[in-house]
Design a protein around this ligand. Structure first.
Ligand SMILES: [Zn+2]
Ligand SMILES: [Zn+2]
Length: 303
């Protein structure tokens, strides 16, 4: 028996398998053969390699196991343009990172699935460099983020004072333009912290994306997932990325989601997930996506 959920996904009542009938042909989304399981995943975890996170990769895995998670994906920073040495691992470090993620996958496979991915900075001039790295490994998931406007790292606390010198409405427009530009490329599977421009709590930016209909349309056309990122609860804005309003619109547009803590310390793995799952359900979602060699898998929501 099939019933239609509010967000346009179809739910098989007997098995709980969720299938988006409108997007069966979506490139890379392997819906057939998905085995829905109730589990909790964290698809955005950093490592000390990026220069501003703490802890060994193994400590993140152990933290995830102790928090009862069933799947964790390393999504450490890859910034190909040399802006600042403390924001990303180097391209030369990627093989070490990848190898360690695979070692941990092997070591802990009976307790947790460990996946390897990257959080790539969107930079239109460096897309081919990113594609070279991404194409050299069998990553499970590639996230894409807008962290920069020109040479300004808009998520850096050290550089947050610069917001005070900006025309914030204009800044919001430039951020949206960068997101839309990113949607024209194919190197990624997930849009990370989509409304991170609100990070420092400026009222003008807090709900700027809520009314940007063009973005929801482009993401739907693109066929990628959007991450629900819980790090925002620890930032001045004190709200997850995306906002409940955006999540509602994404669900209406049948855009799939995944979930990540953006942990930069092992103890932050899985942070605020219980409250965030409630928000996700309120928006109309009944599932999350996980990834295996960049093919999406549909997971029922736990909790
Ligand atoms: Zn980020
Ligand atoms: Zn991150």
């Amino acid at each position: 028996m099939i019933k239609k959920s509010r967000c346009g996904f179809f739910s098989c009542v007997e098995t709980g398998c969720h299938i988006d009938l409108k997007d069966k042909s979506r490139a890379g989304l392997n819906i057939r053969g998905a085995h829905p399981q109730a589990l909790m995943i964290d698809y955005h975890v950093h490592t000390a390699l990026c220069g501003h996170a703490e802890g060994k990769m193994e400590e993140y895995v152990l933290s995830a196991i102790s928090n009862g998670l069933k799947e964790i994906c390393f999504l450490d920073h890859l910034t190909t343009r040399p802006y600042d040495r403390k924001i990303s691992m180097t391209v030369a470090e990627v093989p070490v990172y990848y190898k360690e993620a695979r070692r941990l996958q092997e070591k802990y496979h009976s307790k947790i699935e460990v996946k390897a991915g990257l959080e790539c900075d969107f930079d239109p001039e460096m897309v081919s460099a990113i594609e070279d790295v991404v194409g050299s490994f069998s990553f499970d998931c590639i996230g894409a983020s807008v962290h920069f406007i020109d040479d300004w790292n808009i998520v850096s606390r050290r550089k947050a004072a610069r917001y005070g010198t900006q025309d914030l409405a204009e800044l919001g427009k430039r951020y949206v333009a960068s997101l839309l530009n990113m949607m024209s490329y194919d190197f990624f599977d997930v849009v990370c912290h989509i409304d991170v421009i609100k990070k420092f709590g400026h009222p003008e930016l807090r709900s700027f994306l809520d009314s940007q209909e063009e973005i929801f349309v482009e993401i739907k056309k693109k066929g990628c997932a959007v991450e629900v990122n819980t790090s925002g609860y620890d930032h001045p804005v004190c709200e997850a990325y995306p906002s409940p309003a955006i999540l509602f619109r994404l669900c209406e547009n049948s855009v799939p989601i995944t979930l990540g803590s953006d942990a930069h310390r092992p103890e932050d793995v899985g942070r605020y997930f219980a409250r965030t799952i409630k928000m996700i359900r309120s928006a109309g979602y009944e599932y999350l996506l996980s990834f295996d060699k960049r093919k999406a898998r549909i997971r029922n929501l736990a909790y």
